[in-house]
Design a protein around this ligand. Structure first.
Ligand code: FAD
Length: 475
């Protein structure tokens, strides 16, 4: 009888312990992917993520075919599908790599119990993290809540990481097993097709991930510490969607970086960012309502403002602050935004506009190709000030000085806010201060071609600080 290899957030062949175990079992293998929109509830995949998933599944199917297998697609509640298929095929074992979303953990525990009760073996593996969250704990066995000591404890575990090879072949067990057609899942947008800007930027799938990693390690990694904050340059790896879908593993990244990038500040800083991802997963694992609730409960009384019209302007990149608008438009057009700008737009939403971080988190969930429950929740709470080891609330980003510092020549703003392209550098981050003749020469009428700021920075900063000090035990 066959074994089932259930693919989830591990859409790759190499360094995939579940696939390797299935291939090595010697039994015919059913490679399965289940589109489960029920279990996650409100965290079912958003639009941009579905675009990625479509292409990633197509790429996985092609690469499994090279090994002699094919991908079986099923849609529905994964509990029903996996236990049902195991029963129908009389499968001897089911293999999968672990997920850490609270709803996935609960579901998987149920599936595991039921399968075992009915005599089907289950083996699960770590394929998505450098180290399992329960293996990095403080001296008293509790979770780390502060990043630096967490990373110091994590790093020694990573020294002798050796990624697993891809299996050289897989005995196909899928003959006669029904698979949905990928197109029947309608994961791609139709009309309007808002994803036309995605394809030129991204190559979903294991080969695309590998190419990104190699290019980054050859070109940008050495200078990463200096260039990672400059949104107008290709200073970061853009591996985040590949990592989210498991087209590449953090073990492969760590191993490749250590063996191909010369030791130094660039490499060290990059590995620390991979460490931030682990830290987010550590937080989500130990505090499972992180995506919904303030980690610091004093924020439960925060006087958020829910002005829908203002929120819409933020989502559309129409706030009148060029660096904010550039970021929001890069997100809409490409499904990704530079990390520095994510921090600026998130700070702007929660502090300048006083809008609840959960609204921003949901918008990102729908529009990011790298939407990731752990990273998104931990990062939003970090910026909002409500998170673990968060930025202190009073550190309110000034969108003008952030723009001037990190996009000095304005190249990022010019790319994403083309109506400002002809403004001289001096005014690119403050168009409302430009004299009328300069605006005229640049072809801009404020309020018509580009908005005036929707909120005054100084007023907004004071209002945010006052809101924070209204909390009972504000530090
Ligand atoms: P690189 O700089 O090349 O870093 C390499 C990898 O390290 C990234 O791919 C990512 O996996 C990890 N990493 C880098 N920075 C962080 C960070 N601050 N926190 C956690 N992991 C990090 N990242 C997501 O993957 N999914 C999200 O949904 C997400 N939402 C975010 C929301 C906000 C408000 C903010 C401020 C950040 C968010 N991030 C998220 C973190 C970060 O912005 C992205 O991981 C990064 O921009 C991805 O680009 P890159 O792959 O070029 O990163």
């Amino acid at each position: 009888s066959p074994v089932i290899c259930w693919f989830r957030q591990d859409l790759r062949r190499a360094d995939n312990p579940a696939l390797l175990a299935a291939a090595n079992s010697g039994a015919p293998v059913i490679c399965l992917y289940v589109l489960d929109d029920q279990t996650p509830g409100k965290w079912a995949r958003g639009g941009a993520s579905r675009w990625w998933l479509h292409h990633s599944l197509a790429a996985l199917d092609t690469s499994l075919q090279r090994l002699g297998a094919r991908l079986i697609l099923r849609r529905g509640d994964a509990y029903e599908v996996v236990t049902g298929l195991a029963k129908e095929l009389n499968a001897q074992a089911v293999f999968w790599n672990r997920c850490y979303e609270p709803f996935a953990r609960q579901r998987d525990a149920r599936i595991k119990n039921d399968l075992k009760d009915s005599g089907t073996a289950v083996e699960t593996f770590n394929a998505s993290l450098l180290v399992e969250p329960w293996h990095v704990t403080t001296k008293d066995g509790g979770p780390y809540r502060v990043y630096s000591p967490y990373f110091r404890a994590l790093a020694p575990h990573c020294d002798d990481i050796a990624p697993l090879p891809a299996p050289s072949s897989v005995t196909d067990g899928s003959q006669g097993v029904h698979s949905d057609a990928l197109s029947s899942w309608s994961l791609l947008p139709s009309s309007p097709d808002w994803a036309t800007g995605f394809s030129p930027v991204w190559t979903p799938g294991e080969d695309g991930a590998r190419a990104r990693l190699e290019t980054f390690c050859e070109d940008a990694a050495r200078d990463y510490a200096d260039t990672r904050n400059l949104p107008g340059t290709e200073g970061t790896s853009r591996l985040s969607p590949h990592l989210h879908f498991g087209e590449i593993s953090p073990r492969q990244i760590w191993h490749h970086a250590v063996s191909h990038v010369p030791a130094g500040k660039g490499r060290e800083t990059f590995l620390k960012e991979i460490g931030w991802r682990e830290f987010s997963y550590n937080l989500l694992y130990h505090f499972d309502d992180l995506p919904e609730s303030n980690y610091q409960t004093k924020f439960n009384d925060f006087p958020w403002n829910c002005d829908e019209a203002v929120f819409q302007k933020w989502t559309r990149g129409q706030t009148g602050y060029p660096i904010v608008d550039a970021g929001m438009r890069q997100l809409w057009q490409t499904g990704w935004m530079h990390n520095r700008v994510r921090m600026i737009v998130a700070s702007f939403l929660t502090k300048h506009l006083l809008i609840d971080w959960r609204r921003g988190e949901e918008w990102f969930w729908d529009t990011l190709v790298d939407a990731d429950l752990a990273n998104n929740a931990a990062s939003w709470q970090w910026v909002a000030g409500s998170g673990a080891d968060a930025a202190p609330y009073f550190r309110i980003f000034n969108p003008v000085t952030q723009g001037e510092k990190f996009d000095e020549s304005g190249s990022y703003v010019r790319e994403w806010v083309p109506e400002l392209a002809k403004l001289p550098d001096k005014y690119i981050h403050t168009p409302w201060t430009a004299p009328a003749d300069i605006l005229g020469r640049a072809g801009i009428t404020l309020g018509r071609d580009y908005p005036r700021p929707i909120v005054d920075h100084t007023m907004a900063r004071e209002r945010a600080l006052a809101a924070f000090s209204s909390l009972k035990d504000a530090a």
